[in-house]
Write a new protein. Structure first.
Length: 153
């Protein structure tokens, strides 16, 4: 029978705090701070209900490193205002140095000011967190989009 791990309160709180920082850093455009949250080899994908990688305006929503992810989102969000909200997460420690997490998500984004485009979306982040040199870092994230609405003014 595989070994069972009980996640410590300290580990759970560290991952939850870093996920909150992930949201805040994205919303406040502090992309230089993601090295405190993500491993350099971090991977990210956005998927639809069937698990297919999202493609919007010809762009495939999959990045193979933290640097690629930061480059894309720092550019795409620079003219936007956004707000990402996550729940407390469902965390499962699967090894001494690995936690799987699922966070519910609601996000809003739109052009700066009171007019223009507004997007609301929701879904779940499915993530793997790894312990490296005594600290926890996001190794991968797959955002399954359940809801997406675009409105223009």
């Amino acid at each position: 029978m595989p070994e069972k791990f009980v996640i410590s309160a300290e580990t759970a709180e560290t991952i939850r705090r870093k996920k909150a920082q992930y949201c805040r850093f994205a919303d406040s455009l502090e992309f230089d701070r993601f090295d405190t949250i993500m491993l350099p080899e971090f991977t990210f994908e956005g998927v639809d209900l069937d698990g297919n990688v999202l493609v919007e305006n010809g762009l495939r929503y999959r990045w193979e490193s933290r640097a690629e992810w930061v480059a894309h989102f720092s550019a795409s969000l620079s003219a936007m205002q956004s707000m990402h909200l996550v729940d407390m997460g469902d965390l499962e420690q699967v090894a001494e140095d690995e936690v799987r997490a699922i966070f519910g998500l609601v996000y809003h984004a739109g052009t700066r000011g009171t007019d223009g485009l507004h997007v609301t979306g929701a879904g779940h982040y499915y993530e793997t967190w790894k312990k490296v040199d005594g600290d926890w870092f996001m190794a991968s994230s797959s955002m399954k989009r359940l809801f997406y609405k675009i409105q223009g003014v």
